[in-house]
Design a protein around this ligand. Structure first.
Ligand code: AQP
Length: 338
């Protein structure tokens, strides 16, 4: 019997990066041994931005393959594609009718993602996407949601929506989930190596500062070697001081996260940037290379990955259907005659 229920997801938009791995996916791998875990490639979320249909299809399979390569075991967790379980979109509507326009307007990710193109051109789905994310979570009665720090606000919204719904329609309709965010400096917010004030992202920021999980080891070494550091002040420039030295501090956080120690402990071992960068590059390559090797094996058999997703959707769909029916009954939607 599992102690707790987990739900988390990742968008198949762009190439996943070290931030996705350290902020979320590696926790998924750990949790699958103890929790009843549902992991979802959230392809519907990907529709909030433009994309080519053929590329979308390929990206979904690639992302699922990569998650298996990173260590998800279909015997220990349920891996599925969001669009294979129709209840996600249906539940999202209930939550759009629970959320207020004002609170969605306050979501910083919407503001960030519309900053460049403007609100006029933004898809409505980009605005309502936090309700779909909340639907993903409540459908599975998830107690825990392992995510990076950038999702903190969306998780808070999910909790508010679940509590509001329960207050209106019955105390036990939804489980109110907790965000499971890595501790600060331990992968919660991996920064872009070229822009240490901005998180590493699939879609924004300097590509030279993003370490992709499929990057060639030589590229990883180059990106780490060229990572922005701070002015070389004094005899011991390698200090952990995120406010005054954001560049070197984010490198220290990365190496610390990979080694499972504190950033100050890592800083104590170095007096110059060069050796720190060399060790960091080696640690990143050592983490990513086995994932890439498994990916190359798994991608030879895409039918296997599709079967994993089909079986996952069967299992996820049964749970989701029961929760949706419970929510429909609670709000007063008449069931079809039996
Ligand atoms: N830089 C990061 N550090 C730590 N965790 C991160 N995550 C994302 N970036 C970092 C976490 O990865 C999970 C999956 O993210 P997502 O695919 O849902 O997309 P996102 O959060 O919007 O991240 P991206 O990479 O910036 O994607 P795009 O560009 O597609 O929007 C989440 O748990 C997230 O917190």
């Amino acid at each position: 019997m599992h102690q707790y229920r987990v739900l988390s997801g990742i968008q198949p938009t762009g190439e996943p990066h070290l931030g996705n791995l350290l902020g979320a996916v590696r926790w998924w791998v750990t949790d699958q041994r103890e929790g009843d875990c549902f992991y979802c490639v959230v392809d519907l979320h990907g529709l909030t931005v433009a994309g080519d249909p053929a590329e979308r299809r390929a990206a979904s399979i690639t992302m699922a393959t990569l998650l298996l390569a990173a260590g998800l075991d279909p015997e220990s967790c349920t891996l599925f594609l969001q669009s294979h379980v129709a209840e996600h979109a249906q539940m999202a509507w209930l939550l759009e009718c629970t959320a207020s326009f004002g609170e969605l307007r306050r979501m910083t990710q919407f503001k960030d993602k519309t900053a460049k193109g403007g609100e006029e051109a933004a898809r409505v789905g980009l605005f309502t996407y936090p309700c779909l994310m909340a639907a993903d979570i409540v459908l599975y009665d998830a107690d825990r949601v392992p995510v990076g720090d950038d999702q903190r606000q969306h998780l808070e919204l999910t909790r508010n929506l679940a509590q509001r719904f329960n207050a209106r329609y019955g105390p036990d309709v939804f489980v109110v989930p907790d965000a499971q965010i890595p501790p600060p400096g331990r992968g919660a917010r991996v920064m872009n190596l070229q822009e240490p004030d901005r998180k590493m992202s699939k879609s924004a920021g300097s590509p030279q500062g993003v370490i992709g999980l499929m990057d060639d080891p030589k590229d990883i070494e180059r990106k780490v070697r060229r990572a922005v550091t701070d002015a070389d002040d004094g005899p011991d420039p390698v200090r952990y001081d995120p406010a005054a030295k954001p560049g070197v501090s984010s490198l220290l956080e990365l190496l610390a996260t990979l080694e499972g120690v504190g950033p100050d402990d890592v800083a104590d071992r170095y007096t110059r940037y060069g050796p720190l960068k060399a060790d960091l590059a080696a640690a990143v390559v050592a983490t990513i290379e086995p994932i890439q090797a498994r990916f190359r094996e798994l991608e030879k058999d895409p039918d296997h990955v599709r079967r994993v997703l089909r079986d996952g959707a069967d299992k996820a769909g049964a749970v989701a259907a029961a929760t949706l029916r419970r929510a429909y009954d609670a709000v007063g939607l008449l069931p079809p005659a039996g």
